[in-house]
Design a protein around this ligand. Structure first.
Ligand code: NAD
Length: 354
């Protein structure tokens, strides 16, 4: 028994941590089930060459807890879970490794449902599915929900509309100045919606090809990263990396709203949300506005229906309005409001079932 781990998981209130070890396939993985009050835990499986077990555990505990909040605030009947495989996706990935992981997922009888994450592909999910049905993020052709970034991008667009209504009192995006950082799967989809809505889009991507694609297709005005952060924008939309909102960037930002898909946008949540509040920049909590991907895969569990998934993603508008109102009424940051409302839903279910 490792007392350290029990101490750690009772602090974060995790239900179950499963260490998966299979000598013949070389699998070393940790599955963390944070909370199953609202439903089975769902969260991606990340493959990453962690320096040591401790780093892998810290990551999986943090990520699985985040999934509880994300599913709760999105009004899904799902709990929070996550898995990490300690391996290098470039050199260690194999069919047996993936199938071995699938067997461990199966052994949990649906308490944890896996999905794609960093270092994993849709193709990898198919090997996992050979051993378990408790997997999402399968190709449309295989009966799954396909690429989640389409609805993630749409959800960010819808969430942006809620923020514009609340912060600026506007419903039209015509001639609105939006800056997007990162035109990958999500950023590109978001850009398409903004272009159709008549917004003026500025942007930067470290990958010149990705940037050229949106310049040519949607008339995006290219800027350097520095220029983008300090540009005179209505909305800044981080769709690439985490930790881009920090004291240094906050000093330069001139936007009224931050609304993007990237995970963990704030370098230090409490410090940076307070700084944004004092500058009257509305921060749209990342895990709420980017929940379209989770809503998409959650729909796969009941037999995927594109229209239903899209309709549920449109609900992000109302979820955010409630968060903005709660934050304003209680004079707290939007992130704190989202966290409190997510916790409240879980706690109400606990009371209801007792
Ligand atoms: P992606 O890998 O397809 O795109 C990321 C883009 O960011 C790439 O075009 C890359 O070149 C660019 N980029 C990397 N470093 C950069 C930098 N320093 N400056 C500017 N651009 C840079 O990823 P994605 O699926 O589009 O996801 C984008 C973000 O949204 C990620 O943080 C991801 O975790 C988050 N997210 C994605 C989904 C989804 O459904 N794909 C769901 C929820 C959250």
């Amino acid at each position: 028994m490792n007392k350290g781990i029990f101490e750690r998981i009772s602090k974060t209130n995790h239900e179950q941590i499963v260490y998966c070890n299979d000598k013949s396939s070389g699998l070393k993985a940790i599955i963390a089930i944070h909370n199953t009050v609202l439903g089975p835990s769902l969260g991606g499986c990340r493959m990453y060459p962690y320096k040591n077990e401790h780093d892998a555990l810290v990551d999986v505990l943090r990520l699985s807890r985040g999934m509880t909040y994300k599913a709760s605030i999105a009004n899904l009947n799902l709990g929070g879970g996550k898995a990490v495989i300690i391996a290098d996706p470039a050199s260690d990935k194999s069919e047996v490794l993936l199938r071995s992981f699938g067997k461990f997922v199966e052994s949990l009888n649906g308490a944890y449902i896996t999905a794609e994450d960093v270092g994993m592909s849709v193709h990898d999910m198919e090997f996992i599915r050979m051993e378990t049905n408790h997997v999402t993020g399968i190709q449309r052709a295989m009966g799954g929900s396909g690429d989640p970034s389409i609805l993630t991008g749409y959800g960010v667009f819808v969430g942006m509309q809620a923020a514009l209504k609340k912060r600026l009192g506007i419903t039209s995006m015509r001639d609105l100045k939006v800056g997007i950082q990162g035109f990958g799967n999500v950023g590109h989809n978001l850009c398409k919606h903004l272009h159709e809505a008549g917004a003026i889009i500025y942007g930067y991507d470290i990958d010149q090809e990705k940037l050229d694609a949106v310049v040519n297709t949607f008339g995006v005005i290219p800027l350097s990263n520095e220029e983008l952060i300090s540009a005179d924008l209505d909305v800044f939309s981080p769709c690439a990396l985490g930790a881009v909102i920090n004291p240094d960037s906050i000093k330069k930002l001139k936007c009224s709203i931050i609304a993007g898909a990237a995970n963990n946008q704030l370098e230090k949540e409490s410090r940076d949300s307070k700084l944004l509040l004092s500058k009257k920049i509305m921060y749209v909590p990342d895990y709420v506005i980017n929940a379209g991907g989770l809503i998409n895969v959650a729909n796969e569990l009941q037999g995927y229906n594109k229209e239903k998934a899209r309709y549920q993603v449109e609900g992000i508008y109302y979820i955010l309005m409630r968060i903005f109102d709660y934050a304003a009424t209680n004079n707290i940051s939007t992130l704190e409001a989202a966290n409190l409302l997510a916790e409240r839903r879980v706690n109400e279910f606990i009371k209801w079932h007792h």
